[in-house]
Design a protein around this ligand. Structure first.
Ligand code: AR6
Length: 170
């Protein structure tokens, strides 16, 4: 099982897997953080394809091509804005991860890399977000062949340390 999960510190736009996951917003039309970085590297064709999707609700995800990215596909997941924890944020974050995993099953994507959705501008507490991400992924991998491999890509040191500790304790 745990040979199917990897943690790395780095920039998700440089990772060659079947699909990288974007931490998008409901418009799917780009923004700052990892979303801005992905759109910058993928080029304007990604923006054009996203325009045609007409948005995505919080807790869901949409598949596009990767264009100039090393990864052939991007799965745009919309995590919740943290509003203190009483606005269904935990279930919505789990649902964003699960939606990505469901797309991987549907399209038989062998490898995925996730950023730490909602833990930047959206302000979700990092430790709690990591717990939700890891549990959702492990439960899914326990019961599904696809994706064969999941990489958690941590950009900031705080998230990297949290994920390392969390997975070493399992
Ligand atoms: N590679 C991997 N992770 C990254 C990168 C990168 N190049 N750049 C930042 N991160 P955020 P959110 C990490 O703010 O909280 C956007 O404007 C970052 O350290 O990108 O889900 C969207 O358009 C953090 O751990 O996304 C939305 O409006 C994680 O990515 C809004 O921000 C998520 O931080 C979404 O907010």
């Amino acid at each position: 099982m745990f040979d199917r999960i990897e943690i790395i510190r780095g920039d998700i736009t440089q990772i060659k897997v079947d699909a990288i996951v974007n931490a998008a917003n409901t418009s799917l039309l780009g923004g700052g953080g990892v979303d801005g970085a992905i759109h910058r590297v993928a080029g304007k064709e990604l923006y054009e394809e996203c325009k045609g999707l007409k948005g995505c609700p919080t807790g869901s995800a949409r598949l596009t091509k990767g264009y100039l990215l090393p990864a052939p596909f991007v799965i745009h997941a919309v995590g919740p804005v943290w509003r203190g924890g009483t606005s269904n944020e935990k279930a919505l974050l789990a649902s964003a991860y699960q939606s990505v995993l469901n797309i991987a099953v549907e399209h038989k994507l062998a490898s995925l890399s996730f950023p730490n959705i909602s833990t930047g501008v959206y302000g979700f507490p990092k430790q709690e977000a990591a717990g939700i991400a890891v549990i959702t992924v492990i439960n899914h991998l326990d019961n599904h062949q696809w994706p064969q491999k999941v990489v958690f890509v941590c950009y900031d040191e705080a998230n990297y340390l949290i994920y390392q500790e969390m997975l070493s304790g399992l």
